[in-house]
Design a protein around this ligand. Sequence first.
Ligand code: TEU
Ligand code: CA
Length: 554
Amino acid sequence: MNRQWWHNKIAYQIYPKSFYDSNGDGIGDLPGIIEKLDYLSYLGVDILWLSPIYQSPLADQGYDISDYYKIDPRFGTMEDMDRLITEAKKRNMYILMDLVVNHCSDEHLWFQKAIQDPEGEYGNFFYLADEGEKKPCNWRSYFGGSVWYPLPGTGKQYLHMFHKKQPDLNWENPRVREEIYKNINWWLEKGLAGFRIDAIINIKKPLPFSDYPADREDGLCSPEAMLSEASGIGEFLGEMRDKTFAKYQAFTVGEVFNEKPGDLEKFIGENGYFSTMFDFHEAVIGHSPKGAYDNRPVTPEEYKNACFTAQAKIGDTGFYSNLIENHDEPRGVSHYLPGPPCEAAKKMLAGLYFMLRGIPFIYQGQEIGMENTEVSSIEQIDDISARGEYETALKAGLSPEEALAAVSLMSRDNARTPMQWEDSPGAGFTKGTPWLSVNPNYHRIHAADQMEREDSLFQFYRKLIGLRKDSDYGETLVYGSFAPYLKEQKNLMAYFRKGPEKTLLVMGNFQKEPQEAVLPGVAARIVLNNLPHTEIKENKIMLEGWQYVILEVK
Ligand code: TEU
Ligand code: CA
């Protein structure tokens, strides 16, 4: 495998609206990110991915872009963006933007022109159809309801896989692709290191539109049905790589759900479409086809098996990007750990996913152990996805209380509450009124405490990051092979990372009760431990509840 500059890097996702508000308007902004670069540099992360900050009506919090060449004034100016790139470079950090090109905003000029003249050039930038008795297909959008919506005052309708304010761009039209590549290159010329690529699997639709078997009582079918029918996405993705990313050695991470079996190598193998893509095997555990209200909690065994399945699938074909949370998911410590999470358990979860083969991503606040938030009414939820799921739950017969309880477990707001910097009003995120309520637990969980406390989760993350860059262990942790250990032992997640010189054994006791495990040989050294003591007797280790260790074994 050819070595790439990003192989040993650690990435960090910033959700700008909730990171740090520099001017007191309650909205996080680019100057705020610049102010916190030293914090990020102290943590040790290298690559910063910013969720969208382009001009947007924020119908889907910036994933609905109305001008790809402008920064939304709520986030700052283009000068701020240039300054961020420069300031990051000074600290050996790299900036990624979010590339949202499956769809744009209905307020984008292209869409406005399509409304004015659907038969004209811009009509063909979108998927339009005449309004008739029957819709062109029965696909359900990700946020609920049909993907078809009237194009105002034209007798036509347009397709939106996500919200109705996010019309899908017609990738079959070469003019659309040309516009997208031009924009990507424009940003790369500015000094961006690359992109996280949003919802990209959706750009290829099986045409002509047709119905698939309905999977709920609404008579519609989930987007997965159309994804499994679509073929030929590789032509678009290969073209995009060649005309943009490849020319700049850009780092790209694809948000890819539902790629076709066997396609992994094309996506992220040598000269793949992207540098890497997220491993979502864990994120989808327990998801119900009926809707989020019917999702099941994740067990430690399921979590372990999902990680091991993904690692076996990728092998040494390329690098997955590993994560426990992002801006679409519940907080990892609330979702994957049974019961109210204690700090030892949070460290264990951190250590387990961090040492898998791949690029570790940290989502803002994860490093201080931020947890899901609580809501007492649907009005307190901003997330349009959760609001759609709430309606689905009500239609399925749940009471409003039951629906709220179910939906609040997966609401994307859980990850979007403001970053908890300190124990002061507004959690140190803002001097004004935050756009989304801070999690009331900020008195207990905040960065100021985590940074100064030697045994904190934050300091533990610094150690994990340090190990991946360590002159003794970095090579093994970045390039070493992966092999499960004692896979059948319940609530124990253990694996080897093997390099030509060293073998490391990573172990986590995924329960509050202690458990014993047999060691494969002599433990030469305890490389990391989340608790003050370790009990090793001959060939056995006695793990306390939530204990996590990395051992060098001979
Ligand atoms: O998400 C795309 C997407 O497919 C997810 O909604 C996914 O279905 C879900 O997380 C599965 O658990 C991306 C962005 O990350 C999200 O914030 C946007 O709302 C969406 O695209 C539209 O741009
Ligand atoms: Ca602000």
